[in-house]
Design a protein around this ligand. Structure first.
Ligand code: NAD
Ligand code: TYD
Length: 349
Protein backbone atom coordinates (compact mmCIF):
# COMPACT_ATOMS: atom_id res chain seq x y z
CA UNK A 1 0.00 0.00 0.00
CA UNK A 2 1.33 3.40 -0.96
CA UNK A 3 0.26 6.58 0.82
CA UNK A 4 0.79 9.27 -1.79
CA UNK A 5 0.83 12.98 -1.04
CA UNK A 6 -0.38 14.88 -4.10
CA UNK A 7 0.26 18.61 -3.73
CA UNK A 8 -1.92 21.05 -5.66
CA UNK A 9 -4.59 18.39 -6.06
CA UNK A 10 -7.41 20.95 -6.16
CA UNK A 11 -5.97 22.65 -9.23
CA UNK A 12 -6.50 21.81 -12.87
CA UNK A 13 -4.01 18.99 -13.46
CA UNK A 14 -3.84 17.94 -9.81
CA UNK A 15 -7.58 17.29 -9.59
CA UNK A 16 -7.45 15.12 -12.71
CA UNK A 17 -4.47 13.25 -11.27
CA UNK A 18 -6.18 12.64 -7.90
CA UNK A 19 -9.18 11.16 -9.73
CA UNK A 20 -6.95 9.13 -12.06
CA UNK A 21 -4.92 7.61 -9.19
CA UNK A 22 -8.02 6.73 -7.15
CA UNK A 23 -9.60 5.10 -10.18
CA UNK A 24 -6.54 3.13 -11.31
CA UNK A 25 -4.85 2.13 -8.04
CA UNK A 26 -5.61 1.09 -4.51
CA UNK A 27 -3.48 3.77 -2.85
CA UNK A 28 -4.25 6.24 -0.11
CA UNK A 29 -4.23 9.69 -1.71
CA UNK A 30 -3.68 12.72 0.49
CA UNK A 31 -4.32 15.99 -1.32
CA UNK A 32 -2.54 18.99 0.18
CA UNK A 33 -3.66 22.27 -1.33
CA UNK A 34 -3.79 25.80 0.04
CA UNK A 35 -6.78 26.64 -2.20
CA UNK A 36 -5.48 29.75 -3.89
CA UNK A 37 -7.71 31.33 -6.53
CA UNK A 38 -6.71 28.38 -8.78
CA UNK A 39 -7.61 25.62 -6.34
CA UNK A 40 -11.22 24.54 -6.28
CA UNK A 41 -12.77 21.69 -4.31
CA UNK A 42 -15.61 21.58 -6.84
CA UNK A 43 -13.07 19.95 -9.15
CA UNK A 44 -13.13 16.93 -6.85
CA UNK A 45 -16.79 16.40 -5.91
CA UNK A 46 -16.98 13.03 -7.69
CA UNK A 47 -14.34 11.50 -5.35
CA UNK A 48 -14.68 13.61 -2.19
CA UNK A 49 -16.20 10.68 -0.28
CA UNK A 50 -13.86 8.01 -1.63
CA UNK A 51 -12.54 5.98 1.35
CA UNK A 52 -8.91 6.27 0.15
CA UNK A 53 -9.07 10.06 -0.28
CA UNK A 54 -8.07 12.71 2.26
CA UNK A 55 -7.97 16.46 1.80
CA UNK A 56 -5.74 18.76 3.84
CA UNK A 57 -5.96 22.50 3.37
CA UNK A 58 -2.48 23.88 3.79
CA UNK A 59 0.56 25.49 2.28
CA UNK A 60 3.57 23.56 0.99
CA UNK A 61 5.80 26.17 2.66
CA UNK A 62 4.43 25.26 6.10
CA UNK A 63 6.98 22.68 7.27
CA UNK A 64 5.23 22.16 10.63
CA UNK A 65 2.06 21.18 8.79
CA UNK A 66 4.02 18.97 6.36
CA UNK A 67 5.54 17.17 9.35
CA UNK A 68 2.05 16.54 10.74
CA UNK A 69 0.77 15.26 7.40
CA UNK A 70 3.75 12.95 6.83
CA UNK A 71 3.37 11.53 10.32
CA UNK A 72 -0.43 11.20 10.35
CA UNK A 73 -0.63 9.57 6.93
CA UNK A 74 2.73 7.77 6.82
CA UNK A 75 3.47 9.37 3.45
CA UNK A 76 5.50 7.02 1.23
CA UNK A 77 5.56 9.06 -1.99
CA UNK A 78 5.00 12.63 -3.15
CA UNK A 79 3.69 13.81 -6.51
CA UNK A 80 4.32 17.54 -6.43
CA UNK A 81 2.10 19.79 -8.55
CA UNK A 82 1.33 22.73 -6.24
CA UNK A 83 2.56 25.88 -7.91
CA UNK A 84 1.68 29.31 -9.12
CA UNK A 85 1.17 28.47 -12.77
CA UNK A 86 0.13 31.47 -14.83
CA UNK A 87 2.82 33.33 -16.81
CA UNK A 88 0.88 36.63 -16.92
CA UNK A 89 0.53 36.66 -13.13
CA UNK A 90 4.26 35.90 -12.77
CA UNK A 91 5.02 39.02 -14.80
CA UNK A 92 2.88 41.04 -12.34
CA UNK A 93 4.22 39.43 -9.17
CA UNK A 94 7.41 37.35 -9.53
CA UNK A 95 8.04 37.01 -5.78
CA UNK A 96 4.89 35.01 -5.23
CA UNK A 97 6.20 32.53 -7.79
CA UNK A 98 9.59 32.29 -6.09
CA UNK A 99 7.88 31.79 -2.74
CA UNK A 100 5.59 28.97 -3.77
CA UNK A 101 7.45 27.32 -6.61
CA UNK A 102 10.99 27.49 -5.25
CA UNK A 103 10.72 27.79 -1.46
CA UNK A 104 7.65 25.53 -1.33
CA UNK A 105 9.43 22.79 -3.28
CA UNK A 106 12.48 23.04 -1.02
CA UNK A 107 10.27 22.79 2.10
CA UNK A 108 8.72 19.62 0.75
CA UNK A 109 12.13 18.16 -0.10
CA UNK A 110 13.35 18.94 3.44
CA UNK A 111 10.45 17.06 4.97
CA UNK A 112 10.91 14.09 2.62
CA UNK A 113 14.56 13.97 3.65
CA UNK A 114 13.65 14.06 7.31
CA UNK A 115 11.07 11.25 7.08
CA UNK A 116 12.63 9.04 4.45
CA UNK A 117 16.40 9.12 4.90
CA UNK A 118 16.48 5.83 6.85
CA UNK A 119 15.24 3.87 3.83
CA UNK A 120 15.10 5.97 0.69
CA UNK A 121 14.60 2.87 -1.46
CA UNK A 122 10.90 2.66 -0.51
CA UNK A 123 10.10 6.26 -1.44
CA UNK A 124 9.78 8.61 -4.38
CA UNK A 125 9.53 12.37 -4.91
CA UNK A 126 7.92 12.97 -8.33
CA UNK A 127 8.21 16.55 -9.50
CA UNK A 128 5.74 17.77 -12.13
CA UNK A 129 7.37 20.45 -14.24
CA UNK A 130 6.89 22.26 -17.51
CA UNK A 131 8.52 22.47 -20.93
CA UNK A 132 8.76 26.24 -20.40
CA UNK A 133 12.03 25.69 -18.47
CA UNK A 134 13.71 25.10 -21.85
CA UNK A 135 12.91 28.62 -23.09
CA UNK A 136 11.64 29.43 -26.57
CA UNK A 137 12.21 27.59 -29.83
CA UNK A 138 12.72 30.58 -32.05
CA UNK A 139 14.87 28.68 -34.60
CA UNK A 140 13.06 25.36 -35.06
CA UNK A 141 13.88 22.06 -33.37
CA UNK A 142 12.24 20.40 -30.38
CA UNK A 143 12.74 20.29 -26.62
CA UNK A 144 14.56 17.08 -25.65
CA UNK A 145 15.46 15.97 -22.15
CA UNK A 146 19.03 17.08 -22.93
CA UNK A 147 18.03 20.61 -24.02
CA UNK A 148 19.76 23.25 -21.88
CA UNK A 149 17.52 25.17 -19.52
CA UNK A 150 16.84 28.74 -20.68
CA UNK A 151 13.78 30.03 -18.78
CA UNK A 152 12.60 33.45 -19.84
CA UNK A 153 9.57 34.34 -17.73
CA UNK A 154 9.43 34.62 -13.93
CA UNK A 155 7.13 31.56 -13.98
CA UNK A 156 9.50 29.40 -16.01
CA UNK A 157 12.53 30.67 -14.05
CA UNK A 158 10.84 29.61 -10.80
CA UNK A 159 9.96 26.18 -12.22
CA UNK A 160 13.51 25.74 -13.58
CA UNK A 161 14.87 26.64 -10.16
CA UNK A 162 12.59 24.09 -8.48
CA UNK A 163 13.75 21.41 -10.96
CA UNK A 164 17.37 22.22 -10.06
CA UNK A 165 16.63 21.88 -6.35
CA UNK A 166 14.91 18.53 -6.88
CA UNK A 167 17.96 17.23 -8.76
CA UNK A 168 20.32 18.77 -6.19
CA UNK A 169 18.52 16.96 -3.34
CA UNK A 170 18.81 13.72 -5.30
CA UNK A 171 22.54 14.12 -5.90
CA UNK A 172 23.43 15.59 -2.51
CA UNK A 173 21.19 13.69 -0.11
CA UNK A 174 20.09 10.69 -2.17
CA UNK A 175 16.34 11.45 -2.25
CA UNK A 176 14.82 9.27 -4.99
CA UNK A 177 13.28 11.62 -7.55
CA UNK A 178 11.72 11.66 -11.01
CA UNK A 179 10.88 14.76 -13.04
CA UNK A 180 8.62 15.24 -16.03
CA UNK A 181 8.36 18.35 -18.18
CA UNK A 182 5.06 18.54 -20.02
CA UNK A 183 3.74 20.78 -22.77
CA UNK A 184 0.59 22.95 -22.44
CA UNK A 185 -2.39 21.03 -21.03
CA UNK A 186 -6.06 21.58 -21.85
CA UNK A 187 -9.31 19.99 -20.71
CA UNK A 188 -12.09 20.25 -18.15
CA UNK A 189 -11.68 22.15 -14.86
CA UNK A 190 -8.98 24.53 -16.16
CA UNK A 191 -9.16 27.99 -14.63
CA UNK A 192 -10.39 30.43 -17.31
CA UNK A 193 -7.33 32.67 -17.23
CA UNK A 194 -5.56 30.18 -19.53
CA UNK A 195 -6.04 30.42 -23.27
CA UNK A 196 -8.52 27.63 -24.08
CA UNK A 197 -11.12 28.00 -21.28
CA UNK A 198 -10.84 31.79 -21.47
CA UNK A 199 -11.65 31.74 -25.20
CA UNK A 200 -14.50 29.23 -24.76
CA UNK A 201 -16.06 31.37 -22.04
CA UNK A 202 -15.69 34.60 -24.00
CA UNK A 203 -17.05 33.08 -27.20
CA UNK A 204 -20.06 31.81 -25.30
CA UNK A 205 -20.77 35.27 -23.83
CA UNK A 206 -19.91 37.09 -27.08
CA UNK A 207 -17.06 38.94 -25.36
CA UNK A 208 -13.88 40.05 -27.20
CA UNK A 209 -11.30 37.27 -27.73
CA UNK A 210 -7.97 38.83 -26.68
CA UNK A 211 -5.19 37.44 -28.91
CA UNK A 212 -1.75 38.60 -27.76
CA UNK A 213 0.46 40.26 -30.39
CA UNK A 214 -0.17 38.82 -33.84
CA UNK A 215 -1.34 35.43 -32.56
CA UNK A 216 1.70 33.76 -34.15
CA UNK A 217 3.07 32.18 -31.00
CA UNK A 218 3.00 28.40 -31.04
CA UNK A 219 2.06 26.03 -28.23
CA UNK A 220 2.07 22.22 -28.17
CA UNK A 221 -1.23 21.03 -26.63
CA UNK A 222 -1.89 17.84 -24.68
CA UNK A 223 -5.17 16.61 -23.16
CA UNK A 224 -4.83 16.74 -19.37
CA UNK A 225 -5.92 13.12 -18.89
CA UNK A 226 -3.08 12.02 -21.18
CA UNK A 227 -0.67 13.98 -18.98
CA UNK A 228 -2.02 11.99 -16.01
CA UNK A 229 -1.52 8.67 -17.82
CA UNK A 230 2.08 9.69 -18.55
CA UNK A 231 2.69 10.63 -14.90
CA UNK A 232 1.28 7.24 -13.88
CA UNK A 233 3.59 5.29 -16.17
CA UNK A 234 6.66 7.36 -15.22
CA UNK A 235 5.82 7.12 -11.52
CA UNK A 236 5.62 3.31 -11.73
CA UNK A 237 8.08 2.35 -14.44
CA UNK A 238 10.81 4.94 -14.92
CA UNK A 239 14.19 4.57 -13.26
CA UNK A 240 14.91 6.80 -10.27
CA UNK A 241 16.69 10.05 -11.16
CA UNK A 242 15.26 10.13 -14.70
CA UNK A 243 13.59 13.00 -16.53
CA UNK A 244 10.92 12.62 -19.22
CA UNK A 245 9.43 15.19 -21.58
CA UNK A 246 5.71 14.68 -22.19
CA UNK A 247 3.87 15.91 -25.27
CA UNK A 248 1.70 14.72 -28.13
CA UNK A 249 3.34 16.36 -31.17
CA UNK A 250 0.50 18.84 -31.53
CA UNK A 251 1.66 22.35 -32.33
CA UNK A 252 -0.81 25.14 -32.95
CA UNK A 253 -0.40 28.83 -33.68
CA UNK A 254 -2.58 30.68 -31.16
CA UNK A 255 -4.61 32.40 -33.85
CA UNK A 256 -5.35 29.11 -35.65
CA UNK A 257 -6.44 27.52 -32.39
CA UNK A 258 -8.74 30.44 -31.58
CA UNK A 259 -10.31 30.13 -35.06
CA UNK A 260 -10.77 26.37 -34.51
CA UNK A 261 -12.53 27.04 -31.18
CA UNK A 262 -14.75 29.63 -32.87
CA UNK A 263 -15.73 27.07 -35.55
CA UNK A 264 -16.57 24.38 -32.97
CA UNK A 265 -18.55 26.84 -30.85
CA UNK A 266 -20.47 28.27 -33.84
CA UNK A 267 -21.65 24.77 -34.61
CA UNK A 268 -22.47 23.82 -31.02
CA UNK A 269 -24.28 27.10 -30.28
CA UNK A 270 -26.16 27.14 -33.58
CA UNK A 271 -24.47 30.35 -34.68
CA UNK A 272 -23.78 31.29 -38.26
CA UNK A 273 -20.39 30.12 -39.59
CA UNK A 274 -17.81 32.85 -38.93
CA UNK A 275 -19.92 34.68 -36.34
CA UNK A 276 -17.72 34.00 -33.29
CA UNK A 277 -14.48 34.77 -35.16
CA UNK A 278 -15.69 38.37 -35.43
CA UNK A 279 -14.98 38.63 -31.69
CA UNK A 280 -11.22 38.17 -32.23
CA UNK A 281 -9.37 41.24 -30.95
CA UNK A 282 -5.59 41.66 -31.19
CA UNK A 283 -4.20 43.10 -27.95
CA UNK A 284 -0.79 44.22 -26.67
CA UNK A 285 1.64 41.34 -26.61
CA UNK A 286 2.77 39.65 -23.37
CA UNK A 287 6.17 40.97 -22.20
CA UNK A 288 8.94 38.54 -23.24
CA UNK A 289 6.37 36.28 -24.96
CA UNK A 290 8.03 32.93 -25.81
CA UNK A 291 7.52 32.23 -29.51
CA UNK A 292 7.28 28.47 -29.70
CA UNK A 293 7.22 25.40 -27.46
CA UNK A 294 7.42 21.88 -28.92
CA UNK A 295 8.22 18.62 -27.15
CA UNK A 296 10.07 15.66 -28.58
CA UNK A 297 8.32 12.79 -26.72
CA UNK A 298 10.53 10.01 -28.15
CA UNK A 299 11.94 8.98 -24.78
CA UNK A 300 8.61 8.47 -22.99
CA UNK A 301 7.12 6.82 -26.09
CA UNK A 302 9.94 4.37 -26.75
CA UNK A 303 11.14 3.58 -23.20
CA UNK A 304 7.77 3.51 -21.47
CA UNK A 305 5.42 2.83 -24.36
CA UNK A 306 3.28 5.91 -23.57
CA UNK A 307 1.07 7.57 -26.19
CA UNK A 308 -1.77 10.09 -26.00
CA UNK A 309 -5.15 8.33 -26.01
CA UNK A 310 -7.10 10.80 -28.15
CA UNK A 311 -6.54 13.26 -30.99
CA UNK A 312 -6.62 17.02 -30.50
CA UNK A 313 -9.89 17.25 -32.44
CA UNK A 314 -11.54 14.73 -30.09
CA UNK A 315 -10.05 16.43 -27.03
CA UNK A 316 -11.19 19.91 -28.08
CA UNK A 317 -14.74 18.68 -28.79
CA UNK A 318 -14.92 17.01 -25.37
CA UNK A 319 -13.49 20.11 -23.70
CA UNK A 320 -15.89 22.56 -25.36
CA UNK A 321 -18.83 20.27 -24.51
CA UNK A 322 -17.69 20.05 -20.87
CA UNK A 323 -17.54 23.83 -20.46
CA UNK A 324 -20.93 24.26 -22.13
CA UNK A 325 -22.46 21.62 -19.85
CA UNK A 326 -20.83 22.99 -16.68
CA UNK A 327 -21.97 26.59 -16.68
CA UNK A 328 -22.31 26.61 -12.93
CA UNK A 329 -18.65 25.66 -12.42
CA UNK A 330 -17.62 28.49 -14.74
CA UNK A 331 -19.99 30.96 -13.06
CA UNK A 332 -18.60 30.05 -9.68
CA UNK A 333 -14.93 30.41 -10.53
CA UNK A 334 -15.46 33.63 -12.41
CA UNK A 335 -17.68 35.19 -9.75
CA UNK A 336 -15.28 34.51 -6.87
CA UNK A 337 -18.14 32.99 -4.81
CA UNK A 338 -16.07 29.91 -4.17
CA UNK A 339 -13.27 31.94 -2.56
CA UNK A 340 -15.76 33.49 -0.17
CA UNK A 341 -16.98 29.97 0.63
CA UNK A 342 -13.43 28.77 1.44
CA UNK A 343 -12.79 31.80 3.61
CA UNK A 344 -15.86 30.83 5.62
CA UNK A 345 -15.18 27.07 5.68
CA UNK A 346 -11.49 27.23 6.55
CA UNK A 347 -11.23 30.42 8.55
CA UNK A 348 -8.94 28.79 11.14
CA UNK A 349 -6.16 27.87 8.73
P1 NAD B 1 -3.20 25.31 -11.25
O1 NAD B 1 -2.79 26.74 -11.07
O2 NAD B 1 -4.50 24.98 -11.87
O3 NAD B 1 -3.18 24.57 -9.82
C1 NAD B 1 -2.20 24.79 -8.86
C2 NAD B 1 -2.73 24.29 -7.53
O4 NAD B 1 -1.69 24.49 -6.54
C3 NAD B 1 -3.96 25.03 -7.03
O5 NAD B 1 -4.93 24.10 -6.57
C4 NAD B 1 -3.45 25.90 -5.90
O6 NAD B 1 -4.42 26.13 -4.88
C5 NAD B 1 -2.29 25.05 -5.38
N1 NAD B 1 -1.27 25.86 -4.70
C6 NAD B 1 -0.69 27.00 -5.14
N2 NAD B 1 0.19 27.46 -4.24
C7 NAD B 1 0.18 26.57 -3.21
C8 NAD B 1 0.89 26.48 -1.98
N3 NAD B 1 1.80 27.41 -1.64
N4 NAD B 1 0.65 25.43 -1.17
C9 NAD B 1 -0.26 24.48 -1.51
N5 NAD B 1 -0.98 24.53 -2.64
C10 NAD B 1 -0.75 25.55 -3.49
O7 NAD B 1 -1.98 24.63 -12.02
P2 NAD B 1 -1.99 23.41 -13.06
O8 NAD B 1 -2.18 23.96 -14.41
O9 NAD B 1 -2.87 22.35 -12.56
O10 NAD B 1 -0.47 22.95 -12.94
C11 NAD B 1 -0.07 22.00 -11.96
C12 NAD B 1 1.43 21.75 -12.08
O11 NAD B 1 1.74 21.29 -13.40
C13 NAD B 1 2.27 23.01 -11.86
O12 NAD B 1 3.40 22.64 -11.12
C14 NAD B 1 2.65 23.45 -13.26
O13 NAD B 1 3.88 24.12 -13.27
C15 NAD B 1 2.73 22.11 -13.97
N6 NAD B 1 2.44 22.15 -15.42
C16 NAD B 1 1.31 22.75 -15.89
C17 NAD B 1 1.04 22.74 -17.27
C18 NAD B 1 -0.22 23.37 -17.83
O14 NAD B 1 -0.36 23.46 -19.05
N7 NAD B 1 -1.18 23.78 -17.01
C19 NAD B 1 1.94 22.12 -18.15
C20 NAD B 1 3.09 21.51 -17.63
C21 NAD B 1 3.33 21.52 -16.27
P1 TYD C 1 -1.46 30.34 -21.58
O1 TYD C 1 -2.70 29.51 -21.61
O2 TYD C 1 -1.37 31.46 -20.59
O3 TYD C 1 -0.23 29.33 -21.40
P2 TYD C 1 1.38 29.61 -21.51
O4 TYD C 1 1.63 31.06 -21.56
O5 TYD C 1 1.89 29.00 -20.24
O6 TYD C 1 1.83 28.88 -22.73
O7 TYD C 1 -1.25 30.96 -23.01
C1 TYD C 1 -1.11 30.14 -24.16
C2 TYD C 1 -0.77 31.04 -25.32
O8 TYD C 1 -1.89 31.89 -25.60
C3 TYD C 1 0.39 31.98 -25.05
O9 TYD C 1 1.14 32.12 -26.24
C4 TYD C 1 -0.27 33.30 -24.69
C5 TYD C 1 -1.55 33.27 -25.51
N1 TYD C 1 -2.72 33.96 -24.93
C6 TYD C 1 -3.45 34.88 -25.69
O10 TYD C 1 -3.12 35.16 -26.85
N2 TYD C 1 -4.55 35.46 -25.12
C7 TYD C 1 -4.94 35.19 -23.86
O11 TYD C 1 -5.95 35.78 -23.38
C8 TYD C 1 -4.19 34.23 -23.09
C9 TYD C 1 -4.59 33.89 -21.69
C10 TYD C 1 -3.09 33.63 -23.69
Amino acid sequence: MKNILITGGAGFIGSHLVKWMLKKHDYKIVNLDSLTYAGNLQNLTEIENHPNYHFVKGDIRDEALLNEVFKAHDITDVIHLAAESHVDRSIENPLEFINTNVLGTVSLLNVCRKFWSENYADHLFYHVSTDEVYGSLDDGGFFKESTAYDPRSPYSASKASSDHFVRAYHHTYGIPIKISNCSNNYGSFQFPEKLIPLMINNIKHKKPLPVYGKGENIRDWLWVVDHCSAIDVIFHEAAVGETYNIGGINEWKNIDLVHKLCEIMDEKLGREKGESAKLITYVTDRAGHDLRYAIDPTKVETELNWKPSITFEEGLEKTVEWYLENEEWMRNVTSGNYMAYYDKMYKDR
